[in-house]
Design a binder for this molecule. Structure first.
Ligand code: MG
Length: 247
C-alpha cells in the first residue's frame, strides 16, 4: 500500500529532512584521519536530540546506532566503532531522524583526507547517479525510469549497481512502499503521482554489484573487496515540483 502525502505531511517530512541534512553538514566538519566513527555517531545523536528530534535508525529493527558508517568496501549499514579513520579512505554516512512522527533519511560518501582518483571518481559518479535519478522522479514517470537513469550512468562508467538493497517510500515509517531500485526498465513499475515521497539511494560499486553481510549481522560489503559509495536524498513529488527534503 502506497501512502501519498498531503502538504502538511510533506512539511513534516521536510522538517525531519532538514535535521538530517544539518546533521551531515555538522558531521562532515569532523571527518579526518584519527577520528573514530563512534565519535561521529555520538555527535550526530546529540545534534539530532538538540533539534528536538530523535535518531531515526537507533532501535529500529534493533539497530544499535544513530549513524551507519561504511568505510571503503563496506556498502551500507556499517556499525560505528572505535577504529580511527585513515587518510585515503572513503566513508559513507547514512543518518535518519524522526520529528513529529515523520522520518528523514539522508546519506553521503565523504573522502577522508585525500583519496586516490579511482575512489574520487566513484564518489562523484554516485552523487551524479542520485541527482539523475531525482530528475526522473517526476509525475507521470514510473519508478523504473528512476532506476534506469541511475543504472545507465553507473554502468557507462563500468560500475556495479547493488541489487540486494533499494530505496523506499518514506513517511511515518522509515521504509514504506514502493521499493525504489537503482536499476530498472524505462516505463516499468509504479506510476509516480503527486504526494509520493521516496528516498532514492544509489549504492554503486567500483567492481561487481555482488555483496555479502559481515558476521556482525549488519555491515554489507562488496564481494570483490572493491570500494563502494552511497548517496541518498528523501524527496517529495508534487504537481509543481520535485522537492528535495534533505537539501
Ligand atoms: Mg534509506
Amino acid at each position: 500500500m502506497i501512502y501519498l502525502k498531503n502538504n502538511s505531511e510533506i512539511d513534516k517530512l521536510y522538517h525531519a529532512g532538514q535535521i538530517v541534512k544539518d546533521t551531515l553538514y555538522m558531521v562532515e566538519e569532523y571527518i579526518k584521519p584519527g577520528v573514530t566513527t563512534l565519535d561521529l555517531d555520538r555527535m550526530a545523536e546529540e545534534f539530532i536530540i538538540s533539534n528536538k528530534a530523535k535518531p531515526g535508525f537507533k532501535g529500529l529493527y534493533d539497530y544499535p546506532s544513530t549513524l551507519c558508517t561504511s568505510v571503503d568496501d563496506e556498502v551500507v549499514h556499517g556499525l560505528p566503532n572505535t577504529i580511527p579513520l585513515q587518510e585515503g579512505q572513503i566513508l559513507s554516512v547514512d543518518v535518519g531522524s524522526i520529528y513529529d512522527g515523520f522520518y528523514g533519511d539522508h546519506a553521503k560518501t565523504f573522502c577522508v583526507g585525500s583519496v586516490n582518483s579511482e575512489k574520487k571518481h566513484l564518489v562523484e559518479i554516485t552523487e551524479e547517479c542520485l541527482y539523475e535519478g531525482i530528475k526522473h522522479a517526476k509525475v507521470g514517470n514510473t519508478i523504473g525510469d528512476i532506476g534506469h537513469a541511475i543504472q545507465n550512468i553507473a554502468e557507462k562508467n563500468g560500475y556495479g549497481v547493488v541489487r540486494d538493497l533499494v530505496g523506499h517510500g518514506i513517511g511515518q515509517k522509515l521504509h514504506e512502499e514502493p521499493q525504489v531500485p537503482n536499476f530498472g526498465l524505462k516505463g516499468k513499475g509504479v506510476l509516480i503521482q503527486p504526494g509520493l515521497c521516496i528516498a532514492i539511494e544509489p549504492m554503486i560499486n567500483c567492481g561487481s554489484y555482488e555483496v555479502y553481510t559481515k558476521d556482525d549481522g549488519w555491515t554489507i560489503c562488496t564481494k570483490d573487496g572493491k570500494p563502494s559509495a552511497h548517496f541518498e536524498h528523501s524527496i517529495a513529488i508534487t504537481e509543481k515540483e520535485i522537492k528535495i527534503l534533505t537539501k
